[in-house]
Write a protein that binds this ligand. Structure first.
Ligand SMILES: NC(=O)C1=CN([C@@H]2O[C@H](COP(=O)(O)OP(=O)(O)OC[C@H]3O[C@@H](n4cnc5c(N)ncnc54)[C@H](OP(=O)(O)O)[C@@H]3O)[C@@H](O)[C@H]2O)[C@@H](O)CC1
Ligand SMILES: Nc1ncnc2c1ncn2[C@@H]1O[C@H](COP(=O)(O)OP(=O)(O)OP(=O)(O)O)[C@@H](O)[C@H]1O
Ligand SMILES: [Mg+2]
Length: 387
């Protein structure tokens, strides 16, 4: 069964799978309305670029553009896994996300991840952070549920560490089963005691079969202790350029290759036992060791810090939606074999890039992460209208 079968949810069905290698499309219904829908999807993506002195390039032909085909595929995945707004649903059904991160130095990163999850459509978003970071994060937004339970070495005496660690684990444990996805690492810092505690949280999440997006300092931890995620199919690693380099050196014992980027990523994911990895960059490359997908929608030329944090929160929401989709008996026949973690990465990436592009259109050089968060809803609406 092809991955694109997943996007044949009736309300949103448009196309059969693009052959991403050739960029060719096969029409399910040979009607001009399909073409029109295709064009409208492309225009909602805003495919084009912002070269010097150049506005968006209008796309006239789908057939010859394998990059664009991949982007349309990504938008279709997003549309397929995004749940409809059904009045019979109750709070929590659209997702409960928890971000584990936030310390003295970094309070922005966990906030960006957690608020993005809400803006995209999750019902509840929690943050587990250090005691110092908590009042700051709470003051950014009343929407977030903030748990000041983590401690760094400087605030704990050596003899108290065992007790503090088990108390923290008990606290997190009380909530764990309720979460649909965990994001571990944005703004966590690298305090050794804190990272030891995080290892225990990772083990607990794994026992509870909860998807885990590992980002930022969570990747620093996991790269040095791969067994924490090895062989766990619900683990998603989202490395940036530095984090990917460390991962490749540690696991494959070689340098990052841009020529064999797809093969290297696939090999890396396999070597860690089939975790999903999204290598962030000019194109986001995603692999679970079986398949490799790429999202290269143009986005924005601004590289302000925090965009990866938005992405981690988004991937968490879309992964939990994709899982729900594949668990649903009703949809089973139409759902592809593609793992929900890969689908979640694809959807998160296309949305972030679209929103970054929208924000850049108005803010230009002054575009910041908060500007991108502000247009997440509008961007999602353009890709997947609520009604
Ligand atoms: N507004 C906010 O709150 C934001 C907070 N953010 C948060 O920042 C954290 C780091 O993420 P990042 O993306 O800067 O890490 P990255 O590119 O690997 O490193 C760049 C260089 O710095 C160095 N280095 C990093 N940490 C170090 C440490 N503790 N101690 C010493 N060196 C350290 C690193 O060195 P290396 O790892 O190679 O030793 C590399 O040379 C992470 O928690 C992220 O979520 C971001 O999300 C942005 C918005
Ligand atoms: N050269 C680029 N062109 C287009 N998009 C890019 C480029 N580099 C990164 N991105 C996109 O920006 C998003 C964040 O990636 P980035 O590498 O900045 O993550 P990060 O360093 O972890 O961010 P953060 O500052 O939040 O930690 C990803 O979706 C990525 O694809
Ligand atoms: Mg990052």
């Amino acid at each position: 069964m092809s991955c694109f079968d997943l996007v044949s949810v009736p309300r949103r069905s448009l196309l059969l799978p693009p052959c991403l290698d050739t960029g060719l499309w096969v029409m399910r219904a040979s009607s001009s309305s399909v073409l029109r829908r295709q064009q409208s999807l492309i225009s909602s993506l805003g495919i084009g670029g912002y070269g010097r002195g150049r506005r968006r390039v209008e796309v006239k032909q789908v057939r010859s553009m394998s990059g664009s085909a991949a982007n349309v595929y990504a938008a279709n995945v997003l549309r397929a896994i995004t749940p409809s707004l059904d009045p019979s649903k109750y709070k929590g059904q659209a997702g409960k996300i928890a971000v584990v991160g936030g310390c003295r130095e970094y309070t922005g990163a966990p906030y960006f991840a957690a608020i993005s999850a809400l803006k995209i459509g999750a019902d509840l978003s929690h943050v587990f952070c250090t005691k110092d970071a908590s009042p700051v994060i709470k003051s950014y937004s009343p929407e977030l549920i903030v748990h000041p339970i983590l401690e760094e070495s400087y605030s704990v005496r050596d003899e108290d560490k065992g007790h503090v660690s088990s108390k923290m684990l008990t606290e997190v444990g009380k909530w764990m089963e309720r979460f649909d996805c965990l994001v571990v690492g944005p703004g966590l810092g690298r305090d050794p005691f804190l990272l030891d505690c995080i290892s225990e949280i990772l083990k607990l999440a794994r026992q509870s079969n909860i998807p885990i997006v590992v980002d930022g300092d969570g990747l620093f931890l996991v790269t040095n202790c791969l067994d924490l995620v090895r062989g766990y199919p619900l683990a998603i690693l989202t490395p940036n350029i530095n984090e990917y380099k460390r991962l490749v050196q540690q696991v494959l014992n070689c340098e990052v290759s841009d020529e064999d980027a797809h093969q290297q990523l696939q090999m890396l994911a396999r070597q860690i036992g089939g975790v999903t990895i999204m290598r962030k960059g000019k194109s986001d490359l995603i692999s679970d060791g079986e398949i490799v997908k790429s999202v290269s929608l143009y986005g924005s030329p601004r590289r302000c810090g925090g965009q990866g944090d938005i992405l981690s929160g988004s991937v968490a929401v879309f992964t939990s939606w994709a899982r729900r989709c594949s668990l649903s008996v009703e949809n089973n026949s139409a759902i592809s074999q593609t793992s929900p973690t890969v689908l979640g990465c694809v959807a998160g990436s296309v949305l972030l890039r679209k929103a970054a592009g929208v924000a850049f259109e108005s803010k230009r050089r002054s575009t910041l992460t908060t500007d991108i968060i502000e247009v997440l809803g509008r961007s999602l609406e353009e890709l997947c209208p609520a009604c």
